[in-house]
Design a protein around this ligand. Structure first.
Ligand code: NDP
Length: 290
């Protein structure tokens, strides 16, 4: 197994975990961060602190970027652009598919090759094959460096379009943020009624754990455009959500989140979907803003 040198630019919680994983795997690791002190622990573990971005780029062919977004990449790399030629940029910063495409084209203009990545674990999962990172970009590049990428997480190559990894990542984030936000709303509603988070969370975990059967049941029906209300109807959902909104209001809890969901179901009902299944929302969302 080859252990090529690796440079990590960006030492937030993720970048620090990544640089640490490369050190543990025996790579020579060069690090650079805007706030240089964030490298201290890594340097104590054997990483080399680059004084400048140019120096960091010169140290390794493989350059892992773990920055807040693509705008930060331009801020960091543009002044050092001549040093980009021949580098492999593994960009694990989150952003939109379009910005990932632009970033890949920008890298190519400077003679660098670009792999987009979307990491699906918090820092605690870096170094574990249990979690996957979405990758997209040139297939030959991904295959050539897959062993190096696998030091961080498992890999899930989505295709040549540099936007794809970002897209798959954003799709997961769409689900992640709304789901966790719903859980936090549930905690606040419980709390307003004297029920502690630790008391209600096992019930939340049970409900979330049971979601897979809903996904399995509804997915083929959605693909077939089959939205009949044989198991549940939108009119029932509207009534149920109205109860949730009122329970929140009566408890002094902000009802805006379930109210927004209620509003979406009302749109589906007004659109002639009253007797249809909740999956009708798939089409309502797909038609764009109300
Ligand atoms: P942070 O935002 O905490 O860290 C980002 C890094 O970007 C820091 O090193 C910061 O430098 C640097 N940075 C930001 N703006 C600039 C700038 N204008 N110029 C120079 N450097 C800049 O992010 P994380 O480490 O948490 O995550 C990194 C990426 O990974 C993000 O895109 C995030 O969405 C994604 N991600 C994060 C996960 C998580 O659980 N944290 C999980 C999955 C993906 P400085 O230290 O100087 O501020």
């Amino acid at each position: 197994v080859s252990t090529p040198p690796v440079t990590v630019l960006g030492l937030g919680p993720m970048g620090r975990a990544m640089a640490g994983a490369y050190l543990d795997a025996g790579h020579r690791v060069t690090v650079w961060n805007r706030t240089a002190s964030r490298a201290d622990d890594l340097v104590a573990r054997g990483a080399v602190r680059a004084a400048t971005v140019e120096e960091a780029l010169a140290a390794s062919e493989v350059v892992v970027l773990s920055l807040t977004d693509y705008a930060a990449m331009y801020t960091v790399l543009e002044p050092a652009a001549p040093a980009l030629a021949g580098r492999i940029l593994v960009n694990l910063s989150s952003d939109t598919p379009e910005r990932a495409r632009e970033g890949a084209a920008w890298a190519a203009r400077h003679g660098a090759r670009h792999l987009t990545g979307g990491v699906q674990t918090p820092p605690s999962g870096i170094g574990s094959a249990e979690f996957d990172t979405f990758y997209s970009g040139p297939r030959d590049l991904f295959e050539q460096y897959e062993d190096v990428l696998k030091v961080l997480t498992g890999t899930d190559y989505r295709g040549e379009d540099p936007g794809l990894a970002a897209l798959y990542y954003q799709l997961q984030m769409d689900l992640f943020w709304t789901t966790l936000t719903a859980w936090l709303h549930m905690l606040a509603l419980a709390d307003a009624n004297g029920i502690k988070p630790s008391e209600i969370t096992p019930y939340a975990a049970g409900t979330l754990g049971g979601m897979e059967q809903f996904l399995d049941f509804y997915t083929p029906r959605i693909e077939a455009g089959q939205h009949s209300g044989d198991v549940e109807r939108i009119s029932m959902a509207v009534a149920s959500l109205d109860h949730v909104v009122h329970t929140a209001r009566d408890s002094g809890v902000d009802p805006a989140l379930p109210a927004a969901v209620l509003e979406t179901f009302r749109r589906a009902a007004a659109d002639g979907g009253e007797e249809d299944s909740l999956t009708r929302l798939f089409e309502v969302f797909g038609r764009g803003a109300a």
